[in-house]
Design a binder for this molecule. Structure first.
Ligand code: CAA
Length: 272
C-alpha cells in the first residue's frame, strides 16, 4: 500500500521520500509505480513528461533518517502493534517538531500507536483503501490525544491528493472495516455453507448485488494475512462472532496463500 500512497502523492505534485527496509524493495516499489504511471500514459490519462516529473519527485531510501525533512509521514508497515510502536518512537526523534505522523493501520488502535511517542497530539490515523491510487476514500482518524492541527493537516493532505476524506474517531475498524470485515467473513463462510466456488460467489455478488468486484477477489487484493489480522483484532475488541476469521481463511494464511502479493489466494496471479 505504501507504493500506492506514494504514487498518489507524487502525481499530486508532492515531494515524497519512501522508506523500505531493503534496497530490492525500493527497486520493486519504483518499478511498480513506474508501471502504473506508464499505463496511464498509454491510456492518454497522463502526459509522458508528467510521468517523468512525477517519478522525479520520488526518492526511495532504506534510511529512516532521510524522513527528517518531511512535513507529514504516512506509515504503512506490517499490521503489528509492537512494530508500529517501535517505528513511531523512532520517527518521533527524527522528524521536525511540527511534522504530523499518520498511520495507515486498518484495525489497530491509533491511540495505542500514538502512546509510543512523546508527542501523541501530532499522531492521527490516515487510512487509505486498496488499491490506494484508485479508491477515493481516506479515513482521517482522531485518536484520544490527536490535536486539531494534526487532524486538519491530514485531512487537507488527503484532499490535495484528490481523495474524499472523512473524519472519524478511533473506534475498532473505524468506519469501513467495522462494516466490511464481518460482511467479508460471512461471504467466506457461505463458500462452504452453500458449496459454491470462489468464482461463482464473486459472480453472485457482482452480478446480483452490484459489488464492483467479488469478495474473494477483494480479499485477495487486500491480502489474506491483512484480512485475518483485521478480523482477529476486531473480534478481540468487539467479541462479535461474525468478526472472527473463518477457519478456511486462517488455514490459507497459515499456508502462505496471501492473495495477490504471494501470487496465490482464492485465485492465482502473475507477479506484480
Ligand atoms: N495500483 C495502481 N494502479 C492500479 C492498481 C494498483 N494496485 N490496480 C489497477 N491499477 C490501474 C491500472 O493501470 C488499471 O488499468 P490497466 O489494467 O489498463 O493497466 C486501472 O487502474 C484500472 O484498473 P481496473 O480495470 O482493474 O479498474 P476497475 O474499473 O475494474 O476498478 C477497482 C478496479 C477500483 C479496484 C474496483 O474493482 C473496486 O472498486 N473494487 C473494490 C475495491 C475495494 O473495495 N477496496 C477496499 C478494500 S478494503 C481496504 O482496503 C481496507 C483495509 O483496511 C484492508
Amino acid at each position: 500500500m505504501g507504493a500506492g500512497i506514494a504514487q498518489v502523492a507524487i502525481e499530486a505534485g508532492h515531494e515524497v521520500v519512501g522508506r523500505e527496509v531493503a534496497h530490492e524493495l525500493c527497486v520493486k516499489a519504483r518499478d511498480r509505480i513506474a508501471h502504473f504511471l506508464q499505463r496511464k500514459v498509454e491510456k492518454g490519462r497522463l502526459a509522458e513528461d508528467g510521468r517523468e516529473a512525477a517519478l522525479a519527485r520520488l526518492t526511495l531510501t532504506t534510511s529512516l533518517d532521510e524522513l527528517a525533512e518531511c512535513d507529514l509521514v504516512v506509515e504503512a508497515i506490517v499490521e503489528d502493534l509492537d512494530a508500529k510502536r517501535a517505528l513511531f518512537e523512532e520517527l518521533d526523534g527524527i522528524v521536525g517538531a511540527d511534522a504530523v505522523l499518520g498511520t495507515n493501520t486498518s484495525a489497530l488502535s491509533v491511540s495505542d500507536i500514538a502512546a509510543s511517542t512523546s508527542t501523541p497530539d501530532r499522531v492521527v490515523g490516515m487510512h487509505f483503501f486498496n488499491p490506494a491510487p484508485l479508491m477515493p476514500l481516506v479515513e482521517i482518524v482522531r485518536a484520544e490525544l490527536s490535536g486539531d492541527d494534526a487532524v486538519e493537516t491530514a485531512y487537507a493532505l488527503a484532499e490535495s491528493l484528490g481523495k474524499r476524506p472523512i473524519r472519524c474517531h478511533d473506534t475498532p475498524g473505524f468506519v469501513v472495516n467495522r462494516i466490511l470485515i464481518p460482511l467479508l467473513n460471512d461471504c467466506i463462510r457461505v463458500l462452504d455453507e452453500a458449496q459454491v466456488s470462489p468464482q461463482d460467489l464473486d459472480t453472485a455478488m457482482t452480478a446480483g448485488a452490484g459489488w464492483p468486484m467479488g469478495p474473494c477477489a477483494l480479499v485477495d487484493l487486500v491480502g489474506i494475512d491483512v484480512h485475518v489480522h483485521a478480523s482477529e483484532a476486531l473480534h478481540a475488541k468487539l467479541q462479535e462472532p461474525r468478526m472472527a476469521p473463518p477457519p478456511r481463511i486462517v488455514a490459507m494464511r497459515n499456508e502462505g496463500l496471501l492473495g495477490r502479493k504471494s501470487g496465490r489466494g482464492f485465485y492465482s496471479y502473475e507477479s506484480r
